[in-house]
Design a protein around this ligand. Structure first.
Ligand code: NDP
Length: 342
């Protein structure tokens, strides 16, 4: 067994968009495995937009990552050594090992996954946190009714792709917003959305309005910014807006163009149309996760829930891939293959 752990640590805090110099690749000693703990080998590392917030010094729902500490993140890992009575060597689990090849766990953060259901990497995407976020936000806040129009941006990505497909399963119309023709073609033709609109196209506003002739009943908010500006006038009376994320603002802390104040215009429409905007974190609905995992596995098996993964090979490529995620360069759920499955 290798004696060292490869890690990517936070070297410095970003000022606007992260750069490669904010990360550092290091080797550390393999940790001892205490009684009641397991040693994990990372197979896949998930890269997710929330990591940008953890790189900042500002406190939010989670503490910032300290300078010099390993970047946080969910992983699909193999148990290499177990000194815990509930876990066996060879078990495949979703863990929270961070950006490193190995980690130890006391088992409290592990979720066993069944490789027979779907490829194990899906434990980080469609059958993991992003898929559950889509299900929980749409079901508990969006409440789409059959025939209603659901719009979601970042529609080819980990959360958005699942939002639109579940909306269809529940009988609604699904309109996706995505960056570029290739992503839009995938959203419409492969995922089966009713329409997909390119937010970078000059006629974006007109095409979005054409795709929503009866307005928008549910807008699942993933991006904010200029996309929100065009969605806002199309929202119907009593529309519901699950506020999941606003990725277009995650690098705002320094480099943003002079900020547009969207608040007064947004509040006016929200008040006059009796719109519900409800922020959420997926964990508040975590008791629904077992139901989701069962339903989603069935939908995957019968072909109603499709997914696309963007797999990058090698831990050392994680910083560049993560920087690209915040610029829309990923196409599907972004995952780093850290070691082989076999
Ligand atoms: P994705 O896999 O969708 O990847 C991010 C995508 O965001 C990019 O590919 C790009 O898609 C889009 N994007 C990036 N920058 C911009 C921009 N400036 N304007 C418009 N679109 C942009 O990510 P996830 O599915 O993992 O996450 C989607 C959202 O959900 C994020 O806001 C994330 O923070 C949030 N989230 C919230 C959770 C919660 O519990 N509330 C849990 C998980 C995620 P394109 O090229 O199509 O524009």
């Amino acid at each position: 067994m290798t004696e060292t752990v490869r890690q990517i640590v936070l070297a410095s805090r970003p000022d606007g968009s992260p750069t490669p110099s904010n990360f550092r690749l290091e080797d550390a000693a393999m940790p001892e495995v205490p009684d009641g703990w397991v040693l994990l080998e990372t197979i896949y590392l998930s890269l997710d937009p929330y990591m940008r917030g953890r790189m900042s010094g500002a406190k939010s729902y989670a503490d910032p990552i300290a300078i010099g500490h390993v970047m946080a993140g969910a992983t699909v890992s193999r148990i290499m050594q177990s000194r815990h009575r509930d876990w066996r060597e060879g078990d495949i689990v979703v863990a929270y090992s961070g950006w490193q090849t190995h980690a130890i766990s006391d088992g409290s953060d592990l979720r066993r996954i069944d490789p027979a259901v779907a490829p194990i990497s899906t434990g980080l995407g469609v059958l993991g946190m992003p898929g559950f976020t889509a299900y929980a936000g749409l079901g508990n806040i969006g409440h789409p009714k059959p025939g209603e129009t659901v719009v979601v941006a970042a529609a080819s990505g980990a959360v958005g792709s699942v939002v639109g497909q579940i909306a269809k399963i529940w009988g609604a119309r699904a309109i996706g917003i995505a960056g570029g023709r290739e992503k839009c073609a995938f959203v419409k033709n492969e995922l089966g959305f009713d329409a997909a609109i390119d937010h970078r196209a000059p006629d974006f506003a007109r095409r979005l309005a054409e795709a929503c002739p009866e307005g928008i009943d549910v807008y699942f908010e993933n991006v904010g910014g200029p996309v929100w500006d065009e969605v806002l006038p199309l929202l119907n009376d009593f529309a519901r807006v699950p506020l999941c994320g606003m990725i277009s603002h995650y690098n705002d802390d320094a480099e943003a163009e002079p900020s547009v104040d969207r608040l007064p215009a947004s509040m006016k429409v929200i008040q006059q149309k009796s719109i519900t905007v409800r922020g959420f974190m997926n964990v508040e609905f975590i008791d629904q996760q077992p139901t989701f995992l069962k339903e989603a596995a069935d939908w995957i098996a019968d072909g109603r829930l499709k997914y696309r993964e963007d797999i990058v090979d090698g831990l050392e490529l994680a910083p560049a891939a993560f920087i690209g995620l915040l610029q829309g360069r990923n196409f599907g759920k972004l995952v780093v293959r850290v070691s082989g499955e076999g």
